[in-house]
Design a protein around this ligand. Structure first.
Ligand code: MTE
Length: 318
């Protein structure tokens, strides 16, 4: 049964808790946390324990993708987050910093010729790392620009040799009850799963990020590895991935399972297709508060629009 009043992220920007209140709340939480024997909290440099990620190898910026906007401050991008495993507020960074990040393995399985289980550092060592400065547009109506370090999803797909009958990929993300209080909200369909087609995965824009701002990802942004589909609403970009499964069936995905009438499988950004409860015509730029027009495919149409030719019958927009 769906318990509508419990869902948080799909409320429009106008009803989202004003940022100032969130920050004030954070200050209070911060004061209380002084009593706890916990990790230190310094946004942009959240301390981790021995299970933290080691530094990343150097990565060159890919000039192909130009954001056309200033990069969002690291503080903003790492402390204003959606990560429901840690709760439905934006201020989950402190809790997410407690996530143990090593050892971390990713299983790649299903309809592939060479199923594999990678230790995260082994995978990072195998892949061609690069930096991409990308826009991310949340379905709630805010956006940011982040320099991500990672590698094209296609490189991983090629390594495991998918069967020609595999059409979809499911991304299952971590569920660690000891550090994720959100998992106690049993009405959500845990573990969080997202999905794409193999054709979408082979597009150069599909990216697996292991870092941002030149450092390993912090818990709040989906450490140690998350997927990014920059032309889709942010809810498609699953965080903290543990399993990647190739299949011939469209996988059930998190928000689409919770509320299919509001969140589609494809969820491509389109300013002309309103969410049933709010307009998607414009977006609020995190950090500056500026409101700018939203672009079709989040401005990446030249790279991805051809994925959707002859798919007019599909509900391509969230
Ligand atoms: N991945 C997991 N595992 N859990 C989540 O709640 N939220 C999604 C997506 N990935 C989410 C997730 C949503 S709604 C958005 S907008 C983006 O992460 C936000 O990414 P950011 O916090 O790094 O900006």
């Amino acid at each position: 049964m769906l318990i509508r009043s419990r869902r948080g992220f799909e409320i429009p920007e106008s009803q989202v808790t004003p940022e100032a209140l969130v920050l004030n709340r954070r200050a209070l939480v911060g004061a209380g946390a002084a009593l706890l024997p916990s990790v230190a909290f310094a946004p942009g440099a959240l301390a981790q324990s021995a299970t933290a990620s080691p530094p990343l190898p150097a990565a060159q910026r890919n000039p192909r993708y130009v954001a056309g906007r200033d990069i969002t401050s690291e503080r903003e991008a790492t402390t204003y987050n959606n990560f429901y495993e840690f709760g439905s507020s934006k201020g989950i960074a402190r809790d997410a910093a407690r996530m143990p990040l090593r050892p971390w393995t990713i299983k790649v399985e299903g309809m592939v010729g060479k199923p594999r289980e990678f230790a995260i550092d082994e995978l990072i060592g195998l892949m061609p790392l690069e930096e991409r400065v990308l826009r991310l547009r949340c379905v709630e109506g805010w956006s940011m620009v982040v320099p991500w370090t990672g590698f094209p999803l296609a490189e991983l797909v090629k390594l495991v040799e998918p069967a020609s009958s595999a059409r979809f990929i499911a991304f299952q993300t971590a569920a660690i009850p000891s550090v994720m209080p959100g998992l106690r909200q049993t009405w959500y369909p845990w573990p969080h799963t997202e999905g794409c087609t193999v054709a979408e995965a082979m597009n150069d824009m599909s990216f697996l990020a292991v870092g941002n701002y030149g450092k390993p990802l912090q818990g709040s942004n989906g450490a140690p590895i998350r997927v990014l589909f920059p032309w889709k609403y942010g809810f498609k970009s699953g965080k903290s991935i543990v399993r990647i499964t190739f299949t011939d069936r469209q996988p059930a995905t998190y928000w689409n399972t919770i509320q299919p009438s509001e969140y589609g499988f494809w969820a491509n950004v389109n300013p002309q297709v309103a969410h049933p409860r709010w307009s998607q015509a414009t977006e609020r730029v995190l950090g500056t508060g500026e409101r700018v027009p939203t672009q079709l495919f989040n401005g990446y149409g030249e790279f991805v629009a051809d994925l959707y030719t002859n798919m007019q019958r599909e509900r391509l927009w969230a």
